[in-house]
Design a protein around this ligand. Structure first.
Ligand code: SAH
Length: 314
């Protein structure tokens, strides 16, 4: 199949909204080339994996590249993308140069093109999350490796909201715990919990594509004896008995999670770890947790995001 690469030269603040627009337009993968990445310190220990080639990066600003199948809709798709990006100006987002360019690629080229930019990253005190195609050498590292094949849909498992959950699991999850991971995506939190010594993990996601991706990653990480993956809406029909519930969902879904019975399926001393909450909505979510019988005792932050750690009131 032929793919057309569409490249938008823009600013850091526009990366996230433009990425969303491209995925909504049907892009099969988005690559970010940020001139700042060349100055960033990548973790050491495995030199060849982390060396970035300046030729791949813009001199300043950011290139957001996406790959669209070449078909008869391509013209309209591109027109819509342009329109949606321009509309971001109405939200006071600085688009920088906002220059759009095109080139054609074949399938193999784009598969390697986006993989090139996805690097191993450390998370919390115990983990390094690495794409499955990188031969990561762990001799010099005491860290646990979480190997992920992110597939097309769920990012890289290294979003700040995910890292907040991994850190909370490291800190608060008792060994041998029975854990529920709501909205598992790639399965990253379930795999993390299993590697930290959880006794049993149930991973659920509403999206069947996520379920497939999580199942694959659970096997890649050899934790299939501990983690079961199932398609499910939040906690619907789930049997009680969990020591820990972890959910990296947005604020609105976290509120639904507690209203729709997180407490029902939790053991008396149970622990709730919820993330994906934008700071401005923290108070609203804390109120919902309190109203559902949880006591929030920690609220770690990262950038604009906050996670809430709560105990079920006895
Ligand atoms: N846990 C992963 C993914 C978080 S993204 C991580 O931390 O990286 C949130 C996930 O919640 C998505 O995979 C989405 O499909 C899932 N989700 C959204 N609504 C849901 C619902 N009602 N029930 C279960 N999962 C849901």
């Amino acid at each position: 199949m032929k793919w057309s690469e569409i490249c938008i030269h823009t600013t850091e603040e526009a990366i996230e909204p433009i990425t969303n627009i491209l995925y909504e337009a049907g892009a099969g993968g988005v690559v970010i080339e940020d001139s700042h990445d060349l100055q960033k310190e990548w973790p050491q220990g495995n030199g060849e994996v982390y060396s970035l080639d300046p030729a791949d990066y813009p001199a300043e600003g950011v290139n957001v590249k996406a790959y669209l199948p070449v078909n008869s809709f391509l013209g309209e798709t591109v027109a819509e993308i342009k329109q949606s990006i321009n509309n971001l100006l109405l939200y006071e987002i600085d688009l920088g140069e906002n220059r759009l360019t095109f080139s054609e690629h074949n399938e193999e080229e784009w598969a390697t093109a986006w993989k090139k930019y996805y690097k191993p990253v450390t998370a919390g005190r115990h983990f390094v999350i690495t794409p499955t195609w990188v031969d990561y050498h762990r001799e010099s590292e005491k860290r646990q490796v979480i190997e992920l094949d992110p597939g097309m849909a769920f990012g890289t498992g290294t979003h700040p909201t995910t890292v907040l959950c991994l850190e909370a699991l490291e800190r608060y999850m008792p060994r041998g715990a029975k854990v529920l991971d709501v909205g598992t995506g790639t399965g990253v939190l379930s795999i993390g919990a299993a590697k930290l010594g959880a006794g049993e993990v149930l991973a659920v996601d509403l999206d069947q594509v996520a379920v497939q991706s999580a199942r694959l990653n659970v096997k890649l990480n050899k934790v299939q004896d501990i983690v079961e993956v199932r398609q499910n809406n939040l906690v619907d029909t789930i049997e009680p008995g969990f020591d820990v519930i972890v959910g990296n969902l947005l604020a609105e879904l976290v509120i639904r999670l507690v209203k729709e019975g997180a407490s029902r399926i939790m053991r008396p001393d149970g622990l709730l770890i919820v993330s994906g909450i934008i700071k401005t909505k923290k108070d609203q979510v804390v109120r919902a947790l309190t109203a559902s019988g949880f006591h929030v005792f920690d609220w770690p932050e990262s950038g604009d995001w906050v996670a809430l750690i709560a105990k079920k009131e006895p």
